[in-house]
Design a protein around this ligand. Structure first.
Ligand code: ATP
Ligand code: CDP
Ligand code: MG
Length: 167
């Protein structure tokens, strides 16, 4: 039997900033990390490789910049290139945090990115924004507007139920 799928109204979408940290790049984990977000059904709308400057990093981590361990974070995060990405989808901020797992890989469950690829808080492979407001702020820090692409994904009707907006 064929399903008929009504075309979706344009929906307010959510975005998050995910970064593969220098250890993830060095350990050749970039592909596996991207794969997990693709597999979940989220849409990639921005991606680049860059060397983070200390200034950008202290803005990004403004909540921890005064913590005693921040110099370690700065050294870690500027030690090599990072991959920064913007992913789009329903509830993507919270879902990504769950996919990434808690800050300390030693406490992260197997099946999460940190639980599968790290066991030390200072080498935890990925960054994920922790709130929608934080995500907007971080996306604005790392990306120019013209680096984000608004493209139609052909599987959209199969990853989002059409009536979601009407409930
Ligand atoms: N005690 C620590 N020692 C060393 N590094 C730490 C420590 N605590 C945190 N970090 C590093 O600082 C980062 C920022 O800490 P934060 O509390 O924001 O964790 P997070 O939100 O899980 O990580 P991120 O913001 O990178 O996604 C951590 O991801 C980790 O790499
Ligand atoms: N005690 C800590 C806390 C954070 N960090 C580092 O700082 C990053 C940002 O901290 P955070 O509190 O925003 O945690 P996450 O959002 O990364 O889970 C972490 O991902 C770690 O790389 C650390 O090295 N030691
Ligand atoms: Mg954080």
């Amino acid at each position: 039997m064929w399903l008929t799928l009504p075309s979706l109204p344009v929906r307010a979408t959510e975005h998050t900033l995910i970064a593969v940290k220098p250890d993830g790049v060095q350990r050749r984990l970039v592909g596996q990390i991207i794969h997990r977000f693709e597999q979940r059904g989220f849409k990639l709308v921005g991606l680049k490789m860059m060397q983070a400057s200390e200034d950008l990093l202290s803005e990004h981590y403004r909540e921890i910049v005064k913590k005693p361990f921040y110099p370690l974070v700065r050294a870690y995060m500027t030690a090599g290139p990072v991959i920064v990405m913007v992913w789009e989808g329903s509830n993507v901020v919270q879902s990504s945090r769950k996919m990434v797992g808690p800050t300390n890989g030693a406490e992260a469950q197997a099946g999460t990115i940190r639980g599968d690829f790290s066991f030390h808080v200072g080498r935890n492979v990925v960054h994920a924004s922790d709130s929608t407001e934080g995500a907007q702020r971080e996306i604005g820090l790392w990306f120019q507007e013209n680096e984000l692409l608004n493209w139609e994904s052909c599987d959209q009707d199969w990853t989002i139920e059409a009536n979601e907006d009407k409930q």
